[in-house]
Design a binder for this molecule. Structure first.
Ligand code: C2E
Ligand code: MG
Ligand code: MG
Length: 696
């Protein structure tokens, strides 16, 4: 039939309809109008063709060209019928797109103004409504937990439902997160029998699309599910894909916002709130406390000797230790408390609902108690203590800054008082801190100004009654001419690091003095020098001792180093290694203040120790106190079994001396025999002893 020559017009028509489909995404025409226009265009074009058909054929040079009238009518009828058909089909086709567009418009309008959680909530609601799906949800996958999905917005059977989390394994979501949209038109439950969620929700059809971040990583997914098979797959997939981009961007924006907030308000190492967040909370809590006319407490916790540990064992272990400490401290908290990491080894605790000082004291004791058990790392067992200061609103300050400052001052006082304890703030503390600051400034200049002096306290052998050694004790002649005891400035020197140059000066001076006595013809004596933790761990103490001995010419056997138990136990492995190197050199090792620390016999056995000095606190009440009698006798027996000498410190009375002699203590040191003396005075004492020996 000649009318089939009209076929190219159907093709044109198809293109027009295609264009219309695209333009309809943007221009809200009525489906009837569109269908009418397309049909009219068709009718006009076909009519025109029919009218001009003769001229075309003439132009082409064909002679037998006149269409019979009947055929003309038939062609017109055909055009009219197909025009009607085109109208009907196009109208239906366009109406379908109309519905899609209406849904799209509705979703766009609802979500365009929303951001954050509201955006996701509106989106799932609109998706569920416009696709007439029973369920719609958006889920997020985090790097910390890649096998689970955290649902951030969900809509089910016409209402929002609470967010939930589910395991990815065996679910269609795994396939979606693998990177491409998935559609299971029906029987989704049968296809994924392990998916409990699908079973519980009686899901039959599932359509999901992944949400990609800007790096192309699937960070979440958007899903619609229905209890029936998919109604209109094309429409559902189109809608999901159109909104996947916006949802992914919003999800990534929220993630970035969260990351920025974490960086700004949380300590990246321990995950605890940082100083800024703590201050914000404290300020808010202060406002509430003022309104409610109640009290609150700020606890300032500083780890003891933490910097020494880091310097000795390195930053990595220091960081691991901080994380472990933060975890332990967190376990002590009540739900209302806020623990923060203020800086390196400083933590602060806000107790907004505080009833009595006893309650705070028991919390402080609990915090100290939770650090008691040693922290075990691959090679190290670390004993950690902390010092705590407490300030209470409103007595100790009305604002965050003052409360923190005062809690800090109380903490510093705890440190001065011997650490591993807690202290409430009192107003005189600030004055004391000021004095400490002034002292620190003066201490910096003391070495240059040669204000340090050494005193030597002799040690007496109980059986022979002879001086068999002495301890070098540093003292400071303060610019205001008063003598400052080492107990008052050594902790400050340790905290500021000044202990290193001071310690080196003490070591060198004591060795030089010992050589001077020897050169004066006195019998050689062993001089003991105190070594603090910072000296022992932070610098190469072995190299320092070797250098000083070489430079002064003192034989190593005439030098002893005194270390307290707490120093040697800070890091057992390092101690063992250092002490053995010193021992190989010929230098002797003494444990000072024995009994006050927490060294164990098993450790003592591993260290090359020559002498134990029983702490003065066990000697003070001898021989009256039966407990102290038992302890000193046991220490002496134990030390002798391990082949060590024993010196009793702080012997002031004759009766102490007699008792110590009766339990076979080797030596004593104390005011009974002699206080610490200037070098010249001790030289005279040694000369008398020599003369007595020569004359006797
Ligand atoms: P320490 O090593 O246990 O020294 C013994 C302390 O007890 C000395 O106090 C000494 O004067 C005192 N003492 C001795 N006998 C008696 C007594 O019979 N009765 C009483 N009440 N006290 C007695 P000092 O000189 O005040 O030293 C205190 C602490 O300062 C020392 O304790 C030591 O730990 C530290 N120290 C002293 N000099 C140095 C030093 O050069 N370097 C380091 N790192 N620490 C030092
Ligand atoms: Mg000592
Ligand atoms: Mg001592």
């Amino acid at each position: 039939m000649k009318c089939f020559r009209l076929f190219p017009f159907f093709k044109i028509l198809y293109e027009i309809s295609n264009m219309t489909r695209l333009t309809r995404r943007f221009r809200p025409f009525q489906s009837k109008q569109i269908a009418r226009r397309i049909s009219l265009i068709y009718l006009a074009a076909a009519g025109l063709l029919l009218l001009l058909f003769k001229q075309f054929q003439e132009a082409l040079g064909e002679q037998d060209i006149v269409l019979p009238r009947l055929e003309n009518y038939q062609a017109m009828l055909f055009i009219a019928l197909t025009g009607g058909l085109i109208y009907a089909v196009t109208r239906r086709y366009v109406a379908q797109f109309d519905r899609g567009e209406k849904g799209l418009r509705e979703v766009v309008q609802s979500v365009s103004a929303a951001v954050g959680q509201a955006f996701f909530q509106t989106l799932v609601e609109q998706l569920s409504k416009s696709l007439q799906a029973d369920y719609a949800f958006i889920g997020e996958r985090t790097a910390e937990n890649p096998n689970r999905i955290q649902v951030i917005a969900a809509f089910a059977h016409g209402r929002s439902i609470p967010n939930f989390e589910y395991d990815l394994s065996g679910t269609p979501c795994v396939n979606v997160l693998a990177g491409k949209p998935c559609c299971y038109e029906k029987n989704a439950r049968l296809l994924f029998p392990k998916d409990q969620l699908l079973a519980r929700m009686k899901v039959d059809s599932y359509i999901g699309t992944p949400l990609f971040d800007s790096t192309g990583q699937a960070i979440g997914l958007m899903v619609v599910m229905d209890e029936r098979p998919v109604q209109d797959q094309l429409e559902a997939e189109s809608l999901l894909q159109i909104f996947a981009l916006r949802a992914a961007a919003e999800l990534e924006r929220l993630r970035n916002e969260k990351a920025i907030r974490r960086l700004a308000f949380y300590d990246p190492l321990t995950g605890l709130p940082n100083q800024q967040l703590f201050k914000q909370h404290l300020t808010q809590s202060l406002e509430q406390a003022e309104e409610a006319d109640s009290q609150l407490a700020v606890i300032f916790l500083d780890l003891d000797r933490f910097k020494t540990i880091v310097r000795t064992l390195g930053h990595t272990l220091g960081e691991q230790l901080l994380v472990a400490i933060a975890q332990r401290l967190t376990r002590c908290l009540r739900p209302s408390d806020l623990l923060a990491r203020l800086s390196d080894d400083e933590f602060t605790l806000l107790m907004p609902r505080m009833s009595t000082p006893e309650e705070i004291a028991s919390m402080a004791a609990e915090l100290l108690g939770c650090l008691k058990a040693p922290f075990t790392f691959v090679e190290h067992e670390l004993h950690i203590t902390a010092s705590i200061g407490i300030a209470i609103y409103p007595h100790d300050g009305a604002d965050a800054e003052t409360l923190l400052k005062n809690a800090d001052a109380a903490m510093s006082r705890t440190k001065e008082m011997g650490r591993n304890n807690f202290q409430f703030y009192y107003p005189e503390l600030n004055q004391m801190s000021l004095q400490a600051l002034i002292m620190e400034n003066k201490l910096h200049q003391a070495l240059d100004r040669e204000e340090f002096q050494l005193r030597y306290q002799p040690q007496l052998h109980l059986q022979s009654g002879q001086i068999v050694g002495m301890e070098a004790l540093v003292c400071w002649k303060h610019p205001d001419r008063t003598m400052v005891s080492p107990a008052d400035f050594i902790p400050l020197a340790e905290n500021t690091g000044l202990i290193q140059p001071i310690g080196e000066w003490v070591l060198r001076t004591a060795c030089e003095q010992n050589i001077l006595w020897q050169k004066a013809g006195l019998p050689p004596q062993k001089v003991a020098v105190n070594v603090s933790a910072r000296q022992f761990y932070q610098q190469d103490i072995v190299a320092l001792v070797a250098r000083v001995l070489e430079e002064t010419g003192l034989e190593p056997r005439w030098l002893a180093l005194e270390l307290t138990e707490s120093v040697i136990m800070q890091d057992v492995e390092t101690t063992k290694c250092t002490l053995h190197r010193l021992k190989e050199m010929g230098v002797q090792i003494t444990i000072d203040d024995f009994g006050t620390g927490y060294s164990s016999l098993s450790y003592l056995k591993q260290f090359p120790i020559e002498t134990l000095k029983i702490d003065k606190s066990f000697v003070d009440d001898l021989p009256r106190d039966s407990e102290d009698k038992g302890i000193t006798a046991a220490i002496i027996a134990m030390a002798h079994t391990l082949g060590m000498d024993v010196v009793a410190e702080g012997v002031e009375r004759e009766e102490q001396c007699s008792y110590l002699k009766s339990i076979h203590c080797d030596k004593i040191q104390g005011y009974l025999f002699s206080p610490p003396l200037k070098a010249d005075d001790l030289g005279q004492l040694l000369t008398h002893q020599l003369e007595r020996a020569c004359s006797g």
